[in-house]
Write a protein that binds this ligand. Structure first.
Ligand SMILES: [Zn+2]
Length: 246
């Protein structure tokens, strides 16, 4: 997920409208996190009291190290959905993340909207990233989050063929463009508490990197993580996504 979601959705609507398809329905199926029209994905189980912190668009040498320190200070493990080309550029950081006990997932090689990407490239984006991550960490990659949440049945099928569970989310805010850590944390608390009232765990998306450039400033997101940890550490259990395996 990231800042050009709306642009991508509207670009998608334009091209599909030309094809005469029901564009609104297609955008819902392709982009809406809770939609199952294009296939099942892991969101969050009925385990109120459990929280999964997930970080997209890293690894990022500008922000991920402080994030790792913040998580370690509370003895919490998280899930990192990495952009393959950034992982290839930062193998030492990737190994540090893995060695700290965090779970590493695939977030494609170059972060295209896979709802609008050719089948051959969809497969290449996933295979290349899993291969690079496995080579760096020595561990197989079991989880995949599509960039922007964009998908179609083929995308989810390829992920499962490659041994990965597709993952979406049920708590997100525009942390990549929000300068106030307080705002990021407050909006996420509202969503976490809403999910809790509905009897659900929360799968939280934050960003430790930016898909347009390596080294993006995500300091407000990292500071918000510290606030969420302080707020929920005593009452909730922080888990990695493999605790929710299907
Ligand atoms: Zn992303």
């Amino acid at each position: 997920m990231n800042s050009s979601v709306a642009t991508e959705i509207y670009a998608g609507l334009g091209s599909f409208a030309v094809l005469g398809l029901a564009a609104g329905g297609y955008a819902y199926a392709a982009m809406w996190p809770a939609s199952r029209i294009f296939g099942r994905a892991l969101i969050a189980p009925p385990h109120p009291g459990e929280l999964a912190l997930t970080f997209d668009d890293g690894p990022n040498p500008a922000c991920t190290p402080r994030l790792l320190d913040t998580l370690a200070s509370c003895d919490v493990r998280a899930t990192f959905f990495m952009v393959g080309r950034y992982a290839q550029a930062e193998p030492v950081l990737v190994r540090r993340i893995a060695q700290a006990g965090h779970l590493i997932g695939n977030h494609s090689w170059s972060h295209p909207n896979l709802a609008l990407t050719s089948p051959a490239r969809v497969r290449e984006e996933m295979v290349r990233t899993s291969d690079a991550l496995q080579q760096i960490t020595g561990q197989p990659v079991r989880y995949f989050r599509p960039p922007f949440g964009g998908r179609r049945p083929y995308v989810l099928r390829v992920a499962r063929e490659l041994g990965m569970t597709p993952v979406l989310w049920n708590a997100i805010t525009t942390d990549w463009s929000e300068p106030s850590a307080d705002c990021i944390a407050e909006r996420l608390k509202h969503k976490i508490d809403r999910n809790q009232r509905r009897g659900l765990a929360t799968n939280i998306v934050l960003h430790d990197g930016g898909h347009l450039t390596l080294g993006a400033n995500r300091e407000p997101s990292v500071t918000a993580v510290g606030q969420l940890l302080a707020h929920y550490k005593a009452t909730h259990k922080f888990v990695t996504l493999d605790a929710w395996s299907e």
